[in-house]
Design a protein around this ligand. Structure first.
Ligand SMILES: NC(=O)c1ccc[n+]([C@@H]2O[C@H](COP(=O)([O-])OP(=O)(O)OC[C@H]3O[C@@H](n4cnc5c(N)ncnc54)[C@H](O)[C@@H]3O)[C@@H](O)[C@H]2O)c1
Ligand SMILES: CC(C)[C@H](C(=O)O)[C@@H](O)C(=O)O
Ligand SMILES: [Mg+2]
Length: 363
């Protein structure tokens, strides 16, 4: 029987709390299914700065390079907010994404029927929403050079560079077409090509690749319009593909229409490596209180089982267990509405494990 080696990077803030929940679910699933998971922990983010002097220590990178997949919590927090961007915890996240060449970040946004009243949108607008944002993750202003604060005419000027090569765009666009083929075959490409040359190139490449995927319907939207359409007609989207910075912003927007940022999982995929993490951050405002919603991280492990280990039955068992738990009425405070059972992180995890056991018996 194969043993799946998972590098576990808990990070900062609520990171350790939500990752511990996800590990409990995975361990129980391992016992039920007979599949073996092996976990090895590494430091990333603020805790790595404090203990090793840098946000991505070499030993953490090596651990990830030899693992079958990486599970990450979140990084960052007020303690490190005064550091320059090049030394902050978030830098560790950018470094690991680049080092593992994780160019396609899949962020599925699904409105679960039991949570419909937690969505800030009207029920009839939110209902049926089920789309995925595919965010390019290793290019754009996040990595473009030159960058920095310079002096021009005796005054400070801040510079970042939006840059994409043709190949960087093409590989993520192809990935998005492939994902669309397995879904409802509708692709929305998001750019700002009315203003930006980078976006003009992006749009040209989508048009070129479209010829190879005649079954996929393609729509182009400017990012400002897309931000508006996501709250106006979310259920009309299937796959959204976009660059790194637009995808960062649109995916938080997509998250909240599902009821909470605490609901959205993600998979960051390259050709060789993969990393799974919730879309949300380290939530310093609720860290240590035992109330963080662990669902985004638990659903991220389902994505790991599906994309890295090809264990579809186990992945859908986790997804169904989450859905059943929501149907039973369990809610962390971020998704609570009247008449439901308000629980903390640990109790939510217990409830999901109970649902998993029930589902497993019926499988
Ligand atoms: N992938 C990552 O590691 C990642 C992602 C985003 C932000 N960050 C970092 O996290 C820190 C805080 O950033 P922020 O406050 O802008 O964003 P955030 O995502 O941490 O929090 C935004 C809001 O959502 C809530 N929230 C987030 N996750 C939740 C969960 N699981 N359950 C319940 N509520 C949840 C928080 O309490 C907060 O009110 C910053 O340092 C930021 O750079 C890290
Ligand atoms: C923390 C930050 C660097 C990160 C990003 O911008 O990619 C986060 O917002 C995310 O969405 O994963
Ligand atoms: Mg973000």
């Amino acid at each position: 029987m194969a043993v799946y080696k998972i590098a576990v990077l808990k990070g900062d803030g609520i990171g350790p709390e939500i990752v511990n929940s996800a590990l409990r679910v995975l361990k129980r699933l391992g016992e039920l299914s007979g599949v073996s998971f092996e976990f090895e922990e590494g430091l990333i983010g603020g805790i790595a700065i404090d203990q090793k002097g840098e946000p991505l220590p070499q030993e953490t990178l090596e651990l990830c390079l030899k693992a079958d997949a990486v599970l990450l919590g979140a990084v960052g927090g007020p303690k490190w907010d005064n550091l320059p961007t090049s030394k902050r915890p978030e830098k560790g996240l950018l470094q690991i994404r680049k080092a593992l060449d994780l160019y396609a970040n899949l962020r599925p946004a699904k409105v679960y029927e039991p949570l419909i009243s937690a969505s800030p949108l009207k029920e009839e607008v939110a209902r049926g929403t089920d789309f995925i944002v595919i965010r390019e993750l290793t290019g754009d202003v996040y990595y473009g050079e030159p960058r920095g604060i310079f002096i021009e005419n005796g005054k400070r000027v801040g510079i970042n560079t939006m840059k994409y090569t043709e190949d960087e765009i093409r590989r993520v666009v192809k990935k998005a077409f492939e994902v669309a083929l397995k879904r409802r075959k509708k692709l929305t490409s998001v750019d700002k090509s009315n203003v930006l040359e980078v976006s003009g190139l992006w749009r040209d490449i989508v048009e070129e690749e479209k010829k190879n995927y005649p079954d996929v319907e393609v729509e182009h939207l400017y990012v400002d319009n897309c931000a508006m359409q996501i709250v106006r007609r979310p259920s009309s989207f299937d796959v959204i593909v976009t660059g790194n910075i637009f995808g960062d912003i649109l995916s938080d927007e997509a998250a909240v229409i599902t009821g909470s940022l605490g609901m959205l999982p993600s998979a960051s995929l390259g050709e060789k490596y993969a990393l799974y993490e919730p879309v949300h951050g380290s939530a310093p405002d609720i860290a240590g209180k035992g109330i963080a919603n662990p669902i985004a991280t638990i659903l991220s492990t389902a994505m790991m089982l599906r994309y890295s280990f090809n264990l579809e039955r186990l992945a859908s068992a986790i997804e169904r267990a989450v859905e059943l738990t929501l149907q039973k009425g369990y809610r962390t405070p971020d998704i609570y509405s009247e008449g439901c059972i308000k629980v903390g992180t640990e109790q939510m995890t217990d409830a999901i494990i109970n649902s998993l056991e029930e589902i497993w018996e019926g499988l």
